[in-house]
Design a protein around this ligand. Sequence first.
Ligand SMILES: [Zn+2]
Length: 425
Amino acid sequence: MDRLFSQIESRRDQLIALTQQLIRIPTLNPPGLHYRDICDAIAARMAPQGWDCQLIRAVGAPGDSEAYPRWNIVARREGTGSGDCVHFNSHHDVVEVGHGWTRDPFGGELTDEDGGRIYGRGACDMKGGLAASIIAAEAFVAACPDFAGSIEISATADEESGGFGGVAYLAQQGHFDRVQHVLIPEPLHKDRICLGHRGVWWAEIETEGRIAHGSMPFLGDCAVRHMGAVLAEIEANLIPLLASRRTAMPVIPDGARSSTLNINSIHGGAVEQAEDYTGLPSACVPDRCRIVIDRRYLIEEDLTEVKREVTALLERVRAERPTFRYEVRDLFEVIPSMTDRDAPVVTATAAAIETVLGREAAYVVSPGTYDQKHIDRIGKLKNCIAYGPGVLDLAHQPDEWIGVQDMEESAKVMSLVLHRLLHAG
Ligand SMILES: [Zn+2]
């Protein structure tokens, strides 16, 4: 074990340089920039060290095009004996920069705050985790060359937009058939094991009315007023009901231990004009109004029931409003996923956290989904967790950063997990 940890400590400069190198490749999604470049950079590092690097384009997946190809990389290393395969999966895409930065978002600037921070878009979500897993695996192979089984490191596209050009594609191609354990180094913090996530239902609700001249609204039927009635019902009844439902899942933060509903958007009436349009709107009664709802549900809830609850609400509104007509369209759904606490990847990681950090691991569930959904549902692999360095609250924020100490400690945990699962001597 000391041999393993000194291998990681001796790679501190490499860990920093690799994180900076990954941050400096601006893999913005949308639209999906430089995916091939980041895969090439990883292959250029790992292939000369004896890793078998496969570059896989998710041809035909949502978002994939000649202009924006969805490239993924899987690097694999075989041990000297037979055994399990441990797979580290990181997404390589990052979200837009947004406003409020005081650092170069693609500069990879290193400061000495807290013993070392690296700044940049994707620093914590999740290029720091990707770098930590690569260093952990390289250090493990150097310390224990005679391990049994195999190790895989993947960097995949599009997690920030659903993962269909990334992990979902790999899972559809059968890439997880030969894998027994998965760790996803999302920024959940170095002492936490994330067992899974809540469920999701996105839907569009449209109310219908009838267009008329705005000076005689009584001749039309206002779709926005109908939607107002829907929103009032959601506000008065549905939101308090959802807040009262609590889950046994250890979801963080605490507010997300309840069911939640977000109104993602609302559009009604004439389309909004471009900012440089200087005219007035025309006088019309809106005949359409649409909202998109983002419903996050608990493992104790059933998706059919979640949908039925919204339909029942709309029916209550209809009972009060004789001309009320509506449509509900499903946009997206994810079943909740939660790995058992006694699954091998969980117990191995918990033991490693205790050894490295000297405290017990905390078990959490993520409020939002991540690529575990595809590994569970398409890959049919339940033995999967998210474990990685960084502070989740910093994800998608300006001045996002990752702590060098956090990366180093979580790399130690990851290498120890490899040691435990791959029967290394
Ligand atoms: Zn992420």
